[in-house]
Design a protein. Structure first.
Length: 159
């Protein structure tokens, strides 16, 4: 086990020491796609959900998710985030609509923010489901993925 980066000489889990890594500006963009019914889409557009605007609440929850990533992903370092933002787009689909959620996260630090972006978008998707389940329990949270990342030793990534 000692050949693995997240295991110490005794074979137990450890958080990797990043103190020698160069501090750079790092960004990450993650995306999650949800499949929703036409009825739910219309209810949202007509502001008929009893719980209120699901996108506003999902965005706040997503920001909280990004900020709390090291509390739920064991080996993630707590890092000072400089920015987290969201984009929500509805698209017509064969069986209703799709909601595409994108989260972008930025920091200046010694480790990347990919996990923060993925946690942000996943938390937003789960919160959207929670806000809308009274109208459509059939919401499907589909693909969740990293779209892009910049900064750090490993360089840039673009899906």
């Amino acid at each position: 086990m000692s050949g693995f980066s997240h295991w110490n000489k005794e074979g137990r889990p450890r958080m990797v020491d990043i103190s020698s890594k160069q501090e750079t500006t790092r960004t990450a963009v993650a995306q999650s796609t949800l499949s929703i019914s036409s009825d739910l889409y219309e209810a949202i557009q007509q502001q008929r959900l009893k719980k209120g605007d699901p996108l506003q609440v999902a965005q706040i929850a997503g920001i909280m998710g990004a900020k709390n990533t090291p509390d739920i992903i064991p080996m993630c370092h707590p890092i000072p985030l400089q920015g987290t933002d969201f984009q929500f787009d509805y698209k017509e689909a064969d069986d209703g609509y799709e909601l595409v959620i994108q989260a972008s996260v930025t920091c200046k630090g010694s480790t990347g923010v990919e996990m923060e972006a993925l946690t942000a978008v996943t938390t937003a998707a789960l919160t959207f489901y929670d806000m809308c389940k009274s109208v459509d329990k059939g919401i499907i949270i589909k693909e969740t993925m990293l779209l892009k990342k910049t900064g750090g030793k490993s360089g840039d990534f673009q899906r």
